[in-house]
Design a protein around this ligand. Structure first.
Ligand code: BV8
Length: 311
C-alpha cells in the first residue's frame, strides 16, 4: 500500500484505476468460478464449506466413479440439480449479463465473453447473451447417453427429479447442514457429513430414450480426466489468441484457479499485455494493496463487488 494510503483509499484508488481501464477496454473476458454462486446459496468446491470437503471428488466427478457406482454419482448430481434449481441468479450474475449485452450491442465497440467453470446454469438464467457465454465444464441440466454408439444429448432438461428413486434421496444428500426429519414420529438428525445414500440399481437411474438396450444417461458435465468440448475451447482460444486484438482485461471471479485448463487463461491474457482484476473473498495481500503490476484485487463477495465495479 502506498505510504499515505489507508486500506479504504487503496481500494478506491484501485477501483478508480480499474474503472478507467475498463472504459478504455475494447476486449474483455470474464473467468468465473464457484465463488460467484455462493451468494445464491450454492457451495464452492474447495475451502471451509467446500463441496469436495464432504466428498472425495474422485468418488464423484470422474468417469471411473460413474462406471463403478452410477447410483452414487447420480444421487450427488441429482442433489446438485435440485439445489441449483432452487437457487436464483444474484447481482453478480446480472452484472455480467449486462456486460454481455453491451458486448453484443452494435452501438458498442466492446467484444466480450464469459468463460464459466460453473455447471449450475445461473449465468444463463440471468439473461446472459447465449452467444458469449461459454460453459466450459458443461451443465447439470444437460444429459447424454453413455453408449458409444448413441449420440443422444438432452439440453436444458430441468425436469427434477429425473427418476422416482432419485427423488427419495434429493434432500438427504444435502451435506451443508444438520437437518431433522421425522421418521415414524421420531426426531432423528442427519449428520451433515456424507449422508448415507441408497444403493440404486441401474433400472432406477435415468435411461437413454433412444437406445433400445436401456443405456444409462449421465450428467452432461466434464469430469476430471475428460477433455473439454473442443468446439468451445477452440472459440475461447481464438478469442484470446487472435493476433489483431489482444484481450485488454480479464475479470477473474470467484475461482481458486485450481482446475486446468480454465486456470491457464489468466496467464495467457497477461502474457499478451492484458490486465487482471480479481474478485474473491480470498486474495493475496500484495494484490489487494496494489503491489502487483497490472493486477487489481477486490476482496469480498463477487455478488456485491461486481455491480459496483462494472457500473
Ligand atoms: C483435462 C464439472 C485433459 C463437474 C469440473 C495435476 C496438476 C494440474 C492439473 C491436473 C493434474 N492432474 C489432473 C489435472 C487436470 C485436471 C485438473 O485440473 N485437476 C485439478 C483438480 C488439479 N483437469 C481436468 O481433468 C480437465 N480435463 O485436463 O483434460 C485431457 C485431454 C485429452 C483427453 C483427456 C483429458 C477437466 C476439468 C473439469 C473438471 N470438472 N466441474 C462438477 O462440477 O461436478 S471442475 C470443478 O472445479 C467445477 O467446475 C468448479 O467450478 C471447478 C473449479 O473450481 P472453482 O470454480 O475455482 O471453485 P473452488 O471451490 O475451487 O474456488 C472457489 C473460489 O471462490 C475460492 O477462491 C474462494 O475464495 C472464492 N469465493 C468463495 N466465496 C466467494 C468467493 N469469491 C467471490 N465471492 C464469494 N462470495
Amino acid at each position: 500500500m502506498r505510504p499515505s494510503e489507508s486500506p479504504s483509499t487503496t481500494m478506491s484508488t484501485q477501483l478508480k484505476e480499474f474503472q478507467e481501464h475498463l472504459l478504455k477496454s475494447k476486449k474483455i473476458v470474464a473467468l468465473v468460478g464457484a465463488g460467484l454462486s455462493v451468494s445464491s446459496g450454492l457451495p464452492t468446491f474447495r475451502g471451509s464449506q467446500g463441496l469436495w470437503k464432504n466428498f472425495n471428488m474422485i468418488d464423484l466427478a470422474t468417469p471411473d466413479a460413474f462406471y463403478i457406482d452410477p447410483g452414487l454419482v447420480w444421487q450427488f448430481y441429482s442433489w446438485r440439480r435440485y439445489t441449483a434449481l432452487k437457487a436464483k441468479p444474484n447481482k453478480g450474475h446480472y452484472a455480467l449479463a449486462k456486460l454481455s449485452q453491451m458486448g453484443k450491442s452494435p452501438q458498442s465497440d466492446l467484444t466480450y465473453i464469459t468463460i464459466t467453470q460453473n455447471v449450475d446454469g445461473l449465468s444463463s438464467r440471468s439473461g446472459h447473451c447465449k452467444e458469449n457465454l461459454y460453459e466450459i465444464h458443461g451443465s447439470l441440466f444437460d444429459l447424454k447417453c453413455t453408449s458409444f454408439m448413441c449420440n443422444f444429448v438432452d439440453h436444458n432438461n430441468f425436469k427434477q427429479p429425473l427418476t422416482k428413486a432419485l427423488a427419495d434421496t434429493e434432500e438427504e444428500f444435502d451435506p451443508s447442514h444438520n437437518r431433522k426429519r421425522s421418521l415414524d414420529e421420531q426426531e432423528v438428525s442427519i449428520s451433515p457429513q456424507f449422508n448415507p445414500v441408497k444403493t440404486l440399481s441401474e433400472k432406477e437411474l435415468p435411461q437413454c430414450p433412444v437406445c433400445k438396450d436401456g443405456s444409462l444417461l449421465r450428467p452432461g458435465v466434464v469430469w476430471f480426466g475428460e477433455s473439454l468440448p473442443l468446439s468451445l475451447i477452440t472459440k475461447v482460444d481464438n478469442f484470446i489468441e487472435s493476433e489483431g486484438s489482444p484481450v485488454d482485461l480479464i475479470l477473474v471471479i470467484g475461482t481458486s484457479g485450481t482446475v486446468y485448463p480454465a486456470n491457464s487463461y489468466v496467464d495467457r491474457v497477461k502474457l499478451k499485455g492484458g490486465k487482471v482484476a480479481i474478485f474473491n473473498t480470498d486474495i493475496e495481500n500484495d494484490i489487494v494493496v496494489g503491489k502487483v503490476k497490472d493486477t487489481w484485487g477486490f476482496k469480498g463477495d463477487a455478488a456485491e463487488l461486481l455491480p459496483l465495479a462494472l457500473k
